[in-house]
Design a protein around this ligand. Structure first.
Ligand code: ATP
Ligand code: MG
Length: 407
C-alpha cells in the first residue's frame, strides 16, 4: 500500500501557509488490510479510517459516480486497483487535486501547481457538476485566498452558474450548506464568498433575500456607497477586519434584509425596514438551520441596529426597553455582540471605515448602569413577584436617567 498526503495539506504547504489538517489517501489497500493495521473505520459510506495513534484521516483511493440527486445520489467504488490519478480526478479544484509522498514527490496530473502559481481556482473535470456543494466550496476558497490574489476561472464560474440554474443547489441539505457558509464567513474576506455566489447566480437560489439588496439605493447622506448590497458586503468586510465571531458576521449579513422589501416609490428611504426584515431573517435562519446563537443575534440586530446608531439620542425609557429586549442582565455577551454588529454596520460605508463609534461605549455604560441596580434592598422593602419586577425596572430607569444626564 502507498500513502500520500492530499488536498489542503499539499496545497497550503506549496503556498507556504500553515497546514491545519492533513488528509491522506491510501492506494493499493483493502479495508481488511487497514483494519489489520489497527486503523479505526469512520463513516458508514466512505472507506475512511483514523490512524490508531495520530487520529488523522486516511481514505482509501476511490472513484465516484453520480446516481441521483443530491449528495446521497453517489456511488463509491474503492478497491486496491483504483489509481492515485483516478482518485484525484474526482476532486473539486486542481489546487486540491495534488498528492505527495513521504519524500514530498508531487503527483500533479491536473496541473494544480500551475494554477497555484497563476492564482486560479479551476475545476478538475466536468464531474465537478455532480456535487452542488462544490459551488459553495469554490466560493469559500475564493474568500479564503482572495488576499493572495486568487480568482475563479471563467470556465469554472460558468459551470457553477449551470449548477445554480439547474435546481441542484436546492438538493443540498441545510447541514452541508451551513457548514460551508459558516466556514466561509469566518474567512479573511467573507464578502468575496457572497460576491462569488452572486456572480454565478447561486445567491439568488440560496439567499434570495440577500441577492435582492443589490440595486436597492439608500440615502447618500448616510450611505455614500448608496447600494444596499454593496453596503452589506462592506459590513461583512469590516466584521472580518475586526475579527468578529460567527454570530456577529451572520447578523451583519442579514441586518438590512428589510430594505429589499421597500416599494420602489419609497426609495431611497426604508421606513421600518428593521421590523419588516424580521420575517426574512427568520426564513434564512431556518433554511440553513443556523445555530441558535446566530439566529437570535441576527434577529436582534435586525430589529434594533438603528437604536444602536441613535443610542445617544434615545430616551432613558427606550434605552431601558433595549436593554430588557437583550436581557442584558443575564446575557451580557450577546449585548456586546449587538454593539459590535452595529459598529460594523456604521463602518461598512464608503469612506467611513475609520470613523469613531461613540455609541459603543455609551451603550456599554448604559448596560453597566442598569445592571448596577441591586435587587436585595427591594426585597428587603417587601417587593415580590410582578411588583418586584416593576420596582427593579423603575430603579433601572432612574439609573439610566442619571447616566444620560452625566454622559
Ligand atoms: P481545508 O484547509 O479547509 O481543510 P481542504 O482542501 O483540505 O481544505 P477538505 O474539506 O478537508 O478541504 O477536503 C480535503 C480534500 O478532499 C479537498 O482538498 C478536495 O480535494 C477533496 N474534497 C472535499 N470535499 C469535496 C467535494 N465536495 N467535492 C470534491 N472534492 C472534495
Ligand atoms: Mg482538509
Amino acid at each position: 500500500m502507498r500513502i500520500y498526503k492530499v488536498g489542503g495539506a499539499v496545497r497550503d504547504r506549496l503556498l507556504g501557509i500553515p497546514v491545519t489538517d492533513i488528509d491522506r489517501v491510501v492506494v493499493g489497500a483493502t479495508t481488511e488490510e487497514m483494519l489489520a493495521k489497527g486503523f479505526r473505520p469512520v463513516g458508514a459510506d466512505f472507506p475512511v479510517f483514523l490512524h490508531p495513534k495520530t487520529g488523522e484521516e486516511y481514505a482509501l483511493a476511490r472513484t465516484e459516480r453520480k446516481s441521483g440527486r443530491g449528495y446521497g445520489g453517489f456511488t463509491f467504488h474503492a478497491s486496491p486497483e483504483v489509481t492515485l490519478e483516478e482518485d484525484l480526478i474526482r476532486r473539486d479544484l486542481t489546487i486540491n487535486a495534488m498528492a505527495e509522498d513521504d519524500q514530498q514527490n508531487l503527483t500533479d496530473p491536473y496541473h494544480g501547481q500551475r494554477d497555484l502559481e497563476a492564482r486560479i481556482l479551476r475545476h478538475v473535470s466536468p464531474a465537478f457538476a455532480e456535487d452542488p456543494l462544490r459551488v459553495l466550496r469554490v466560493a469559500r476558497f475564493a474568500a479564503r485566498y482572495a488576499g493572495l490574489g486568487f480568482t475563479v476561472a471563467p470556465e469554472t464560474l460558468e459551470l457553477m452558474r449551470q449548477l445554480s440554474q439547474s435546481g441542484e443547489l436546492q438538493a443540498l441539505t441545510a447541514e452541508r450548506s451551513w457548514k460551508e457558509i459558516s466556514r466561509a464567513l469566518m474567512e479573511d474576506q467573507p464578502q468575496v464568498f457572497i460576491e462569488v455566489l452572486r456572480a454565478c447566480d447561486a445567491l439568488k437560489v440560496l439567499m434570495p433575500e440577500v441577492d435582492a439588496l443589490f440595486g436597492v439605493p439608500q440615502p447618500e447622506a448616510h450611505h455614500p456607497e448608496i447600494d444596499t448590497g454593496v453596503h452589506t458586503l462592506s459590513v461583512l468586510e469590516q466584521a472580518a477586519k475586526h475579527k468578529q465571531p460567527l454570530t456577529v458576521r451572520w447578523a451583519c449579513l442579514l441586518h438590512d434584509l428589510g430594505k429589499g422589501l421597500t416599494p420602489e416609490e419609497e426609495w431611497p428611504r426604508h421606513i421600518a425596514h428593521e421590523f419588516k426584515g424580521l420575517k426574512l431573517i427568520k426564513a434564512v435562519n431556518e433554511r440553513f438551520k443556523a445555530p441558535r446563537d446566530c439566529q437570535e443575534l441576527a434577529l436582534l440586530v435586525g430589529e434594533y441596529h438603528t437604536h444602536g446608531h441613535r443610542a445617544l439620542e434615545l430616551k432613558p425609557s427606550t434605552l431601558l426597553e433595549l436593554l430588557q429586549s437583550f436581557d442584558v442582565y443575564r446575557r451580557p455577551q450577546r449585548f456586546e455582540e449587538f454593539i459590535a454588529a452595529c459598529e460594523m454596520d456604521a463602518r461598512g460605508r464608503k469612506g467611513l471605515e475609520e470613523r469613531s463609534y461613540p455609541q459603543a461605549d455609551y451603550l456599554r455604560g448604559a448596560a453597566t448602569a442598569a445592571r448596577s441596580v441591586a435587587v436585595q434592598p427591594l426585597l428587603e422593602k417587601g417587593f415580590k413577584g410582578p411588583e418586584l419586577g416593576e420596582a427593579i425596572k423603575r430603579e433601572r430607569l432612574k439609573a439610566l436617567k442619571v447616566y444620560k444626564e452625566k454622559a
